[in-house]
Design a protein around this ligand. Structure first.
Ligand code: TXA
Ligand code: MG
Length: 323
């Protein structure tokens, strides 16, 4: 197992084995550029049911279907607006999920009974290879939520997945290793069911990216709280320790901030990212480190501004309210 970022031990044979396991109805956790996913055959109700069991997630909570390319869009969705095609062309493969009106093959057990479906083409090479191989042998796609127990922090390494789900998986299930996730926070979710797109969850693809792609300003950020059966039910992203976002000194607490910000005396620095991208990439592993080292408080000085800083603050606010 590799601990170095962005490295993988996966071979073509590993990928073929994993695709075969999916076809047989087993689960495969796999790396993506955002976070690790827990995958099942999106057309197999029993396999998808196991995702909910392993995660401990309520079954009315919809899953993202991971497809191999924009060419599969019409298979899973219908009434696709022109702007969704533009967004797909611009950001797929990549960290963007579109919510669209579903086609007949996106069934209730995927969509939580809604008439919409979430679709994403990830860019991680292992994820893409797995989806392509699975599509080749089954004609299907991979349903996958983040590979954590319900309400816990999303995993950004195969070790994290093992820690989260190891005891719930069988010997027929698999965990593919792809090193540390390159982006480290979940995909941007865009509601594409109306005349204009609306952001339901912020991510690496930003409001500004979306606006410049579709040539319209004022794209709405509704936030997950308005999403039906959304992450609003889930106390997402929360570690066990309590998170504080106001500048303050808490004796003995863990402290996480950009490298330019000094560590307040009496606190324990557990990360000093140089860029906002690095802040996002390491955020969830900082949460895990704080818990592993037994801190009960984590003070975070979040980056300001637009772009991915918005997605970071969205996660932090949820994490701070989480417990
Ligand atoms: O980056 C990601 O998106 C990762 C990787 C594995 O692709 N996946 C992920 O999945 O974060 P999950 O299930 O942990 O979060 C997906 C969110 C959930 O809050 C779910 O409710 C929402 O997307 N969602 C999925 N389909 C939906 C739909 N049809 N309508 C509204 N929300 C939907
Ligand atoms: Mg999740």
């Amino acid at each position: 197992m590799s601990n170095s970022p962005f490295l993988s031990n996966c071979t073509a044979e590993t990928i073929r084995d994993a695709a075969a396991a999916l076809k047989a109805g087993h689960l495969v956790a796999f790396p993506t550029e955002t976070v690790y996913g827990l995958g099942a055959d999106a057309r197999n109700p029993n396999a998808v049911k196991r995702i909910y069991e392993v995660k401990g997630r309520p079954s009315d909570h919809p899953l993202i279907v991971h497809i191999s390319s924009i060419n599969q869009l019409e298979k899973w969705a219908s009434d696709i607006p022109e702007y969704a095609i533009s967004l797909g062309r611009a950001f797929w493969p990549g960290p963007m999920t579109m919510i669209l009106k579903r086609s007949d093959i996106a069934q209730d057990f995927i969509t939580g009974g809604q008439d919409t479906v979430g679709l994403r083409v990830p860019s991680d090479p292992i994820a893409l290879a797995l989806i392509q191989e699975f599509e080749k042998i089954s004609g299907s796609a991979i349903a996958a939520p983040s590979a954590n127990r319900f309400g816990q922090v999303s995993p950004t390494s195969s070790e994290d997945v093992r820690e989260e789900l190891g005891t719930y998986l069988t010997s027929y299930d698999q965990i593919l290793d792809g090193g540390s996730s390159a982006i480290g926070i979940e995909s941007t979710i865009i509601d594409c069911t109306r005349s204009l797109p609306a952001i339901l969850r912020s991510g690496f693809v930003t409001k500004q990216d979306i606006e410049s792609t579709i040539g319209i300003l004022g794209v709405d950020s509704r936030g997950e709280s308005e999403m039906k059966f959304s992450g609003s039910f889930e106390k997402h992203y929360a570690p066990k320790c309590k998170i504080y976002l106001e500048k303050q000194m808490i004796e003995g607490a863990a402290f996480f901030a950009m490298v330019s910000i000094e560590t307040p005396i009496g606190m324990n620095r557990i990360g000093a990212p140089i860029t906002v991208q690095e802040f996002a990439r390491t955020l969830y592993s900082v949460f895990r480190t704080a818990d592993q080292r037994g801190f009960t408080s984590l003070v975070v000085d979040a980056p300001n501004g637009d772009g991915i800083a918005v997605a970071i603050r969205e996660r932090l606010v949820k994490a701070a309210n989480g417990r």
